[in-house]
Design a protein around this ligand. Structure first.
Ligand code: ATP
Ligand code: MG
Length: 235
């Protein structure tokens, strides 16, 4: 039986008086990955911040697992199994890798279990716990951010342009990690991307965001998905 994990209904949000997201409706089911594509400045990151409650909701609703979210309470989302890997590097540069990870999971037993979970995906992480996070390479920092998000048992993962600046082999590895996590624990994902190939190979459905509204969308396995997206993005 399918279960709705995230339901957006005519969501509007933005910055101050300015509206960036003009009424987005979207449902994501348990175990489903949706890729959100779009040109620079179309509102992809704004939509994720709106879902997380970092921005005030101007209209519409956000429901998680059937419960309508109370806007502006991002700290309650972790307890609901929602994690967010932001586009900007969310790394405390002067803290150790371990302290960066403890921000996600502070309970010592859960931390150990979480670390074991992600060690299989990113073996360098347990080996570098004492290293200052700011001295990891750019790609390693990105993997640490994703690893941090995956330490807790999740129901929904929001990822913002994880592949930006990464070499192809690391991108492939991340795609493998996301697919393994979905198979193992049926996490739902909303994956914001510019890398169309990564998005199509990782997600079940895609949607293109155009000036804060959803445009072209469909299953990623439809034969002309790539061509449609490229046409809509004009690249
Ligand atoms: N803090 C802010 N205050 C005011 N406007 C903002 C703020 N952050 C973003 N915007 C504006 O909101 C619009 C959408 O930005 P957003 O970052 O959501 O785009 P994006 O689709 O994620 O782009 P990119 O692919 O470049 O990351 C842009 O016009 C941007 O200038
Ligand atoms: Mg963005």
């Amino acid at each position: 039986m399918s279960e709705i994990v995230l339901a957006l209904e005519a969501l509007r949000c933005g910055y101050g008086q300015a509206t960036v997201i003009h009424g987005v409706s979207l449902k994501i089911m348990r175990g489903e990955a949706v890729a959100l594509l779009g040109k620079n400045g179309m509102g992809k990151s704004t939509l994720l911040k709106g879902i997380m409650g970092f921005l005030p909701r101007q209209a519409g609703s956000i429901a998680f697992g059937g419960d309508t979210l109370v806007a502006g309470q991002p700290h309650t989302l972790a307890a609901r199994g929602i994690a967010y890997a932001p586009q900007e590097k969310a790394v405390f540069q002067d803290l150790s890798v371990e302290d960066n990870l403890r921000i996600a999971v502070s309970d010592p037993r859960r931390f150990r279990i979480g670390l074991e979970r992600i060690a299989g995906y990113f073996p360098f992480i347990p080996q570098r716990l004492r290293q200052k996070a700011g001295t990891l390479s750019g790609g390693e920092q990105k993997m640490m951010i994703l690893g941090r998000a995956l330490m807790a048992q999740l129901r929904l993962l929001l990822i913002d342009e994880i592949t930006e600046g990464l070499q192809p082999s690391v991108i492939e590895r991340i795609s493998g990690v996301l697919q393994a996590e979905r198979n193992a624990s049926s996490i739902a994902m909303l994956i914001v991307e510019q890398n169309v190939k990564f998005a199509l190979s990782t997600a079940d459905r895609f949607a293109v965001l155009e000036r804060g509204e959803l445009g072209e969308h469909g299953p990623t396995n439809m034969p002309d998905a790539y061509a449609r997206i490229i046409a809509e993005l004009g690249v």
